[in-house]
Design a binder for this molecule. Structure first.
Ligand code: G3H
Ligand code: 13P
Ligand code: NA
Ligand code: ZN
Length: 328
């Protein structure tokens, strides 16, 4: 059944667990997440970005979600819009039947330029007013996602399009977070604690210096009724990196957020954990390996089955590690 983000994360807070929010773009991703959730007896957050809507088309996305709800009626599903660039984008998702939307007002509508605080408050407040009127949940974002290792912010490929920032600029301020949720009434808040989007987060395994888990505690203490969200939470599985690089790929060497660090975040108030890159890597690795080992094969169902299986294993591992297995 479809439920809202607020409903799911309230339950998660009551029972001290976190929920992975997986990005979906196609049927295979939906299958892998749902099959894993069914096996683990876990609730699900599936989220679609603007890029996903462009890739699949709004109707295909909507009916992919609907198909999951029909095929697995016993699994609670949140249909969430990831990184909305404007109130208009959020409204369109609400019309499509999403039960939760993210208004990312930390950036201007170009999704590149960091916004000022007043803009962020204003646009997020307007979206929350509209969404709540329709029973839809809202996630906001405060702070600039970026690496505490490099000081670079704002790019998926590690190039740091936003530029070089100081440690303080790269961390969400707890006082400002309190003011933000009072003014906007957001149900969930994405915070910056040293994670960044994409596969190139860290050049070596992160330590307590590179990930500010302490900041999660400080923010949670100030806004205990707002659910904290960690973006950029892929772990960049070293085994899939190796498979990709072995079978014709060239991703170099890179590290993500260790699952144990995320579990620590969940112990201190993180409830939603955004993961996209890990499923991309598992899918690409599995397909590269399958095609290399089966050069005569040309039925896409064969390599897509390998892709689904690889993604499903990651999903299941995250459901177990974040404590949401058994909570459906
Ligand atoms: O935050 C970004 C997500 O990984 C979605 O990526 O915009 O390429 O779909 P995308
Ligand atoms: P990753 O790139 O670490 O998977 O993060 C995804 C994300 O935050 C989507 O909003
Ligand atoms: Na989001
Ligand atoms: Zn994100």
């Amino acid at each position: 059944a479809l439920i809202t983000l607020r409903q799911l994360l309230d339950h998660a807070a009551d029972h001290s667990y976190g929920v992975p929010a997986f990005n979906v773009n196609n049927m295979e991703q939906v299958h892998s997440i749902m099959e894993a959730a069914d096996k683990a007896d876990s609730p699900v957050i599936m989220q679609a970005s603007a890029g996903a809507r462009k890739y699949a088309g709004a109707s295909f996305l909507r009916y992919l979600f609907d198909a999951a709800v029909q095929q697995w009626p016993h699994i609670p599903i949140v249909m969430h819009q990831d990184h909305g660039a404007s109130a208009a984008v959020c409204l369109r998702s609400i019309q499509l039947g999403f039960t939760s939307v993210m208004m990312d007002g930390s950036l201007l509508e170009d999704m590149k330029t960091p916004s000022d605080y007043d803009y962020n408050v204003d646009v997020t407040r307007r979206v929350a007013e509209m969404a709540h009127a329709g029973g839809v949940s809202v996630e906001g974002e405060l702070g600039c996602l970026g690496s505490l290792e490099s000081g670079l912010a704002g790019e998926e490929d590690g190039s740091g399009a936003v530029g070089k920032l100081t440690r303080e600029q790269l961390l969400t301020d707890p006082d400002q977070a309190a003011d933000f949720v009072t003014k906007t009434q957001a149900d969930a808040l994405a915070i910056a604690i040293g994670t960044s989007h994409g596969a190139y987060k860290f050049t070596r395994p992160p330590t307590g210096e590179t990930l500010a888990i302490d900041r999660v505690k400080e923010i949670h203490a100030r806004i205990p009724n707002t659910h904290l969200v960690m973006h950029g939470s892929s772990s960049v599985p070293q085994e899939w990196l190796e498979v990709i690089n072995t079978y014709g790929g060239d991703m170099g060497s890179t590290y993500g957020v260790p699952v144990e660090e995320i579990a620590e975040g969940i112990r201190h108030g993180v409830r939603k954990v955004n993961i996209d890159t890990d499923l991309r890597m598992a899918s690409t690795g599995a397909i590269r390996k399958f095609l290399a080992e089966n050069p005569a094969e040309f039925d896409p169902r064969k390599f897509l089955t390998a892709s689904t299986k690889a993604m499903k294993e990651i999903c299941q591992a995250r459901f177990e590690a974040f404590g949401c297995a058994g909570q459906a």
